[in-house]
Design a binder for this molecule. Structure first.
Ligand SMILES: N[C@@H](CCC(=O)N[C@@H](CS)C(=O)NCC(=O)O)C(=O)O
Length: 227
């Protein structure tokens, strides 16, 4: 049985079909739709936390984006798209790979949740400041490097792209002030692997690689009477 990737549409599991396409490995993609915001029962049946991604490989069922990415890279990808110990950019690779879901994505989730309660309270202002500091930090990095880890495209580029694109449909932040991030997004999403994955995983989702904030997924649901 080949590797199966469970993708909750409009979600961070989009990283895994992209990774599989870049690695050119066979995989079955199972699409799950939000119901209408949170995960459907089909994801809860696979992961007690009710979150995607989930992968299955024989008897194994695994969740957590970064764990799944590492599993795929090292089990099926021959280590491609990861940098090995001893590589000049190894530490940078590790840092940016883990920064994505260890720091950047949680900060945006915090900002989104606090802002919904009251966008002007002190905690929301602090969360926004910290998030903007992170964007500036990433922009600086990309002003000096083509890719996050250095000169090579790696999984450290796949990991943060969700937070810089599709996640903006849940918290519509503007990227106009970050021209190096925008350049990175253009390069990353022009790759064949990204385009193939997008066509399979979220064919109807608008590309969110412009500076201006996209239309929020929640607004669309409201307009369609689903919220
Ligand atoms: N840290 C987890 C987070 C997974 C996560 O929050 N996934 C979201 C999709 S963006 C989800 O499944 N949300 C559905 C829900 O919470 O009901 C990971 O990296 O896989």
């Amino acid at each position: 049985m080949p590797l199966t990737v469970h993708h909750l549409q409009v979600g961070q599991s989009e990283r895994l079909p992209w990774l599989c396409e870049e690695l050119q490995i066979p995989y079955d993609l199972v699409l799950h739709q939000r119901a209408p915001v949170f995960a459907p029962q089909s994801i809860k049946d696979l992961n007690p936390l009710g979150q995607a991604p989930v992968i299955q490989d024989g008897e194994l069922t695994l969740s957590e984006s970064a764990a799944c990415a590492e599993y795929i890279i090292h089990t099926y990808g021959g280590g491609k798209l990861a940098l090995p110990p001893g590589h000049a950019d190894y530490a940078d690779y590790l840092y940016w790979f883990h920064f994505a879901n260890g720091t950047f994505q949680p900060q945006l989730v915090t900002l989104m949740q606090i802002s919904r309660l009251d966008p002007n309270n002190a905690a929301a202002v602090r969360a926004r400041d910290r998030f903007e500091t992170m964007l500036k930090f990433m922009d600086d990095r990309l002003s000096k490097n083509t890719w996050f880890a250095g000169n090579e495209f790696t999984a450290a580029d796949i990991m943060p792209t969700f937070t810089l694109t599709t996640m903006r449909s849940f918290y519509a932040y503007d990227l106009s002030a970050y021209k190096w991030i925008l350049g990175f997004l253009k390069r990353a999403t022009a790759r064949d692997g990204y385009k193939k994955a997008r066509a399979k995983a979220d064919p109807e989702l608008e590309m969110m690689i412009d500076g201006k904030a996209p239309t929020s997924y929640m607004e669309k649901l409201k307009a369609e009477g689903k919220l």
